[in-house]
Design a protein around this ligand. Structure first.
Ligand SMILES: Nc1ncnc2c1ncn2[C@@H]1O[C@H](COP(=O)(O)OP(=O)(O)O)[C@@H](O)[C@H]1O
Ligand SMILES: [Mg+2]
Length: 209
């Protein structure tokens, strides 16, 4: 039952958090029941793990530890929040999900993608979103925006430019192979981006089969 599970993906400063709030508002305006959540985090237990992941020294964890922590948080989030909400017919909008693990810990930190997929399946019993929106823009532009905003994911934002380039390329490579992913040009102004998001999501308002 993933019909209304939508994830927002992309690098730092791409506009994920801005756009997820706008979509939630728009859907609520259509009378829809919307749960807005994020990863890592989303439940008290997963938010506690998030603190370990997003704060401290950039080199605090290696890719393997990071992937395990991400998936430990995800297991709690999926079991206690996402699946129950989907079961009640709600829309679940999630700021980052499994594709971030594949791009960051996989492509950028060098973990094997097949291993990460197996880990994801252990954590989630195979749950993937019905639709993933990938917000794409040049790395420097995203980091400049994130710098203005102030970091909530400072441990990742502090990585070198080359790391963020790998993340971007990783996301785009995933999108090429995954028909559930839609690439959104995130360099445009927020209204233009929101309009594109709505064109993609509006057809999902139809009742589920
Ligand atoms: N389309 C846009 N054009 C210019 N600035 C934007 C746009 N979307 C978001 N921003 C600003 O850029 C910063 C990062 O946006 P945010 O939504 O927090 O990105 P993310 O969650 O992907 O890191 C914020 O200060 C936000 O107000
Ligand atoms: Mg954000």
């Amino acid at each position: 039952m993933t019909g209304r599970f939508i994830s927002f993906e992309g690098g730092e400063g791409a506009g994920k958090t801005t756009q997820i709030k706008r979509l939630a508002e728009r859907l609520r305006g259509e009378g829809q029941d919307v749960v807005l959540t994020r990863e890592p985090g989303g439940t008290p237990g997963a938010e506690a793990i998030r603190e370990l992941l997003v704060t401290g020294e950039t080199g605090r964890w290696n890719g393997r530890t990071e992937a395990l922590l991400m998936n430990a948080a995800r297991a709690d989030h999926v079991a206690r929040l996402i699946l129950p909400a989907l079961g009640e017919g709600k829309w679940v909008l999630c700021d980052r999900f499994g594709h971030s693990t594949l791009a960051y810990q996989g492509v950028a930190r060098g973990m094997d993608l097949e291993e990460l997929l197996a880990l994801h399946n252990i954590a989630t019993e195979g749950l993937w979103p019905a639709k993933t929106l990938l917000f794409d823009l040049p790395v420097r532009a995203g980091l400049a925006r994130a710098g203005v905003r102030g970091g909530t994911e400072a441990r990742f934002e502090g990585e070198a430019l080359a790391f963020h380039e790998k993340v971007r390329a990783g996301f785009l490579a995933l999108a090429k192979q995954d028909k559930c992913m839609t690439v959104i040009d995130a360099e445009r102004d927020a209204d233009a981006v929101a309009a594109h998001v709505w064109r993609v999501i509006e057809p999902m308002l139809r009742p589920l089969p």
